[in-house]
Write a protein that binds this ligand. Structure first.
Ligand code: ATP
Ligand code: MG
Ligand code: MG
Ligand code: MG
Length: 439
């Protein structure tokens, strides 16, 4: 992408309304524009990151054997009357009437709708296990939308729903989600700790929230410092092997890690003092096992191998896709701007032309741009007629992992400069060597 033809409306001033760094940088880097309280347009740079995050979510769901579909944002109120949640949900639900005076709502979550799909098409144990998910916009009329995309009213969520014959199978689905989420967040460069949580309006007893530690997080968290060292890495996981998957969950949930809702001071005090930590966290996901709460209320049954009809066992599992952009920036930035982890960066590398219009510098930049493209890497090429200082400031703000700086002086010596955004270190090398270094 050539910056001269791109749409990157960078702001020079700090927007007054942004209280936390991720919101500030997302506005300054031209990633989002607020359209109403808690409702945003995703400008091209923000949209690229959003799509990358979605892609990682899809890939990890596929690995776990979960199946994507797409449900609508608008739902009929009648479904929610069946579960009893239409009245319970309260003011967070955006209620709408269509021209025929029918009650509709903008979905805050999809348990009812997916249960309706299931009961319409599935009736036998032979079709189980089944896990369906989608990535779709949700609306919750939050009392205090704030911090940009972190607490929006309209936000993008991955929500998945498992259907199983019995509780053991449903708990395996729960565990499968936990493990797939661990890898999902790790690929985004995050440490997201599964913490025992309270269940709230969705109901059920087994639930964990995934929290990214950050001083601006809205949840108070209590944990054993050792839990932050755990990594799933790229180990092969057989998602059908119940013991293997349960073993990984055990590994990640044995050390103490809880939010204020489930905190147990007596247990916490047993952790060696130097590892006992109190901090704040951003909730980037949550998994629930809730059994037959919805299937009983809505008549979603399956016939067992013995020929009896039982309500299907269920759980639901969410990832805050749009909130993740804020969480990643909170976890990875400096005073100049964002530092994108490689897994989610909008572009892998930026090219800065120090002397736009100088024939040989332009030619070298074009060559680099094409060589990167040939490797499947789309560079953001700053080909604007701008001062070097302004170009560097833009690159630092938007936080691409690598910058290649090309100027007449270096070219006279046959070199360009490769700079890591994370370490700030620069190295001179040939253009070919720079292309080789970028992955
Ligand atoms: P919170 O405690 O932050 O209000 P929640 O527990 O109500 O979130 P869930 O119902 O668990 O949210 O939804 C799954 C995920 O969706 C959350 O873990 C979070 O990452 C994301 N999410 C929830 N509400 C919002 C919001 N208003 N804006 C952005 N993301 C959200
Ligand atoms: Mg909430
Ligand atoms: Mg919550
Ligand atoms: Mg939650």
């Amino acid at each position: 992408m050539r910056l001269s033809r791109y749409f990157l409306p960078v702001l020079k001033e700090n927007p007054a309304e942004a209280q936390i760094v991720s919101h500030r940088y997302m506005l300054r880097a031209g990633m989002i524009k607020q359209q109403a309280a808690g409702i945003y347009s995703w400008l091209p740079l923000g949209y690229r990151v959003l799509r990358r995050i979605e892609q990682i979510v899809h890939e990890e769901q596929a690995r776990a054997g979960h199946i994507p579909l797409l449900m609508p944002t608008l739902q009929p109120a009648d479904l929610w009357r069946e579960s009893g949640r239409y009245d319970d949900y309260g003011q967070e639900m955006l209620r709408i009437k269509d021209r025929h005076e029918r009650d509709m709502l903008y979905g805050p979550t999809n348990e009812e709708m997916i249960t309706d799909i299931f009961r319409s098409h599935v009736g036998s144990y032979k079709d189980l296990p089944l896990t369906l998910y989608h990535i779709q916009w949700k609306f919750r009329d939050e009392m205090r939308p704030r911090f940009g995309v972190m607490r929006g009213r309209e936000f993008l969520m991955k929500d998945g729903y498992n259907f199983d014959l019995d509780k053991d199978a449903a708990l395996h689905a729960y565990n499968r989600h936990m493990v797939s989420y661990l890898r999902t967040y790790e690929r985004m460069g995050l440490t997201a700790i599964p913490m025992r949580a309270a269940s709230g309006p969705i109901g059920g007893d087994n639930t964990h929230e995934f929290l990214v530690l950050a001083s601006t997080g809205e949840s108070e968290v209590f944990y054993d410092a050792a839990v932050t060292e755990l990594k799933l890495g790229d180990r092969e996981v057989d998602f059908d092997n119940r013991d293997e998957v349960a073993g990984i969950c055990q590994e990640f949930t044995t050390l103490y890690a809880r939010t204020d809702e489930t905190h147990d001071a007596a247990l916490f005090d047993q952790i060696p003092e130097d590892r006992r930590k109190v901090g704040r966290g951003i909730e980037v996901g949550q998994i629930f096992y809730f059994g037959t709460k919805y299937s009983e209320a809505m008549g979603a049954t399956v016939v067992t191998p013995e020929g009896t009809k039982v309500p299907v066992e269920m759980g639901s599992h969410g990832i805050g896709v749009s909130r993740l952009l804020g969480a990643i920036i909170e976890a990875s930035h400096d005073d100049k701007g964002i530092i994108w982890p490689e897994g989610v960066t909008p572009f892998p590398v930026g090219i800065v032309n120090l002397k736009q219009g100088d024939a040989s510098t332009d030619l070298a930049c074009e060559g680099l741009y094409k060589a990167l493209a040939a490797k499947g890497l789309e560079a953001l090429y700053d080909d604007r007629e701008e001062r070097a200082g302004a170009k560097f400031a833009t690159m630092d703000l938007i936080g691409l992992p690598w910058r290649i700086t090309v100027g007449p002086r270096g070219l006279a010596n046959g070199v360009v400069e490769l700079t890591s955004r994370r370490t700030g270190e620069s190295e001179e090398m040939s253009a070919e060597a720079a292309v080789d270094r970028i992955v």
